[in-house]
Design a binder for this molecule. Structure first.
Ligand code: GLN
Length: 547
């Protein structure tokens, strides 16, 4: 993954802060990623950072029902799912520095206090917490790697939790001066159907709230379900004290991948560059992006993939997997219909009814015991019926358990995560993990090397590669004590980390397409680089459908 053609003769990094008003869930992350895409495609080296106002040190300890998926970066940071959007849009890697929470800020300030670094001073929100926030923002800018840093402030202005961030932004705007740092405020312009009107008042109020903290919005991005007329734009400009050209409509789109195109049409990139006093004569080169959209919107065929998981009620829980299917679908010119199936409700009575008609089965990652028997049923069905199967992390572990139980006849085979005293722990903890007591940041995380077995299916899928590097997030591992027996019976370890000797990939010898991976391929799929495993899986599903 590397940035597209970049120029970098800018002497000073410019900063864009994105705040949100009126409600949450307006899609700040998508707007930030879309703007970054437009700036990147004009040649500006751009990165995005997310500041989250909660007290968890990172989202790694959060249940997916709280904030959706936990996204993992190459350097092993457990981060907000918006970082996934940044990587998918920009095809540039993010890192720990791209996601900071209030918990992390306080942890670091308190550690400094314990080391005596504040020299006897009273440690306070202003200036100590705000200084720490400012340092974290400027860390990316000072790296010299970027022309523009976009910082998205989580939450909504006016929230108690956001106050220190907003104050830090105010100070940075003051210190950096006009044209070096700007604020884009994202708000909602609701439509009242009884009145048949779009309403600007909530936006006026949220801009006012921002003003009370000493911040004047430079650009307004207005989320709306209906077209915002020129008249309303005039009104918003006048009452919110922004230039007319700086009122940007962000209307609901059929896909998030349309948003950069819509923002370009609205002139978000041009007005941003103008405010930052940066040249705008190079038109964005979005040819590859548009080609992807064309393929995405004009599929020649369709496949249905069953996503077997236990967090299926919340789409955000499997965000990166769903997006990977969009990338892989476009690559194959196939529409991928993902049917979410709750693993808790699959049993040996109903599995056929629940799983029939699927062209491919994906067993999702997860933690804990709930729903695992349903996942094992789904693996068995895919294995016996010759349906293309992809198991990710827990999904791979379930494939190993299923094979041990139903083929090797080890009926009590399990993972020690679910059954500590199982007689056949085919999935178990590594020695190093046995003494770990803290939950946060202690799993096997980030990118690890994996050597692919010559002549394996997975090697073919990866285009003949010998070595790959993929991102992990788990505690339990394939138990090598069972490797020989499983391999003899037909479940092959086709990817191994040579340093640790850990099995990273398993595949079935006598099956059209059956792969389980201990890592998360979905974190690395981008619009520019769809992931080979997803491309291969969708292709196999299509072949299965046609056969
Ligand atoms: N719960 C399993 C483990 O910790 C799998 C984790 C996952 O699917 N990400 O090993």
């Amino acid at each position: 993954m590397c940035p597209v053609t970049q120029k970098s003769n800018m002497s000073q990094t410019k900063y864009i802060f994105v705040t949100g008003g009126v409600t949450s869930s307006l899609g700040k992350g998508i707007i930030a990623a879309s703007l970054a895409k437009l700036l990147q495609s004009r040649g500006y080296k751009t990165t995005i950072q997310k500041l989250d106002p909660y007290i968890n040190v990172d989202p790694g300890t959060l249940n997916p029902y709280e904030h959706g998926e936990c996204y993992v970066t190459e350097d092993g940071a457990e981060t907000d799912l918006d970082l996934g959007h940044y990587e998918r849009f920009l095809n540039v890697r993010t890192s720990q520095a791209n996601n900071v929470t209030t918990g992390r800020i306080y942890q670091s300030v308190i550690e400094k206090e314990r080391r005596g670094e504040f020299l006897g001073k009273t440690v306070q929100v202003v200036p100590h917490i705000t200084n720490e926030i400012k340092e974290r923002v400027q860390l990316l800018g000072n790296s010299g790697d970027y022309d523009i840093v976009i910082t998205e402030i989580g939450g909504t202005v006016g929230d108690i939790e956001s106050l220190p961030y907003i104050e830090a932004v105010r100070q940075m705007l003051w210190e950096m001066g006009d044209n070096n740092a700007i604020v884009i405020h994202l708000t909602l312009v609701p439509y009242l159907s009884a009145a048949g009107e779009l309403k600007t008042k909530p936006t006026q109020h949220s801009v006012k709230t921002l003003m009370e903290s000493g911040i004047k919005a430079d650009i307004l991005v207005c989320r709306t379900e209906h077209h915002i007329s020129d008249e309303i734009k005039d009104k918003l400009a006048l009452f919110c004290n922004v230039k007319r050209e700086a009122v940007i409509q962000s209307i609901d789109a059929s896909t998030i991948y349309d948003v950069p195109i819509l923002m370009q049409a609205e002139g978000l990139d041009t007005v941003t560059l103008k405010k930052l006093n940066l040249p705008d004569e190079i038109e964005p080169d979005l040819s590859h992006w548009k080609e992807f959209l064309k393929r995405h919107k004009n599929p020649k065929d369709e496949v249905t993939i069953g996503l077997i998981g236990k967090y299926v009620e919340l789409q955000d829980s499997y965000k990166s997997i769903l997006e990977s299917f969009i990338h892989a679908g476009a690559a194959n010119e196939v529409k991928v219909k993902v049917k979410s199936i709750h693993s808790e409700y699959i049993n040996d009575q109903n599995y056929q009814a629940k799983l029939e008609g699927l062209d491919g089965i994906l067993v999702a990652p997860g933690f804990g015991e709930r729903g695992i028997e349903g996942k094992i049923q789904a693996v068995r069905f895919a294995r016996e019926a010759g349906i293309p199967f992809l198991g990710i992390c827990l999904g791979m572990q379930m494939a190993v358990i299923e094979y041990a139980r139903n083929v090797l006849g080890l009926t009590d085979a399990s993972s020690t995560e679910m059954d500590e005293n199982t007689g056949n722990p085919v999935i178990s903890l590594m020695e190093e993990q046995k003494t770990v007591t803290n939950k946060g940041g202690t799993m096997r995380l980030g990118a690890w090397d994996c050597e692919l077995l010559d002549g394996s299916l997975v090697q073919k899928v990866y285009g003949g590669a010998k070595q790959i590097k993929e991102r992990h997030r788990h505690r339990y591992e394939f138990n090598n004590k069972y490797k020989e027996r499983l391999e003899k019976a037909g479940l092959i370890a086709s990817g191994i980390n040579r340093v640790t000797n850990l099995v990273e990939i398993v595949e079935l010898r006598h099956h059209p397409w059956f792969i389980g991976v201990q890592y998360h391929p979905e974190y690395k799929s981008t619009v520019a680089n769809p992931h080979p495993l997803f491309i291969g899986f969708v292709k196999a599903a299509l072949a299965h459908k046609k056969a």
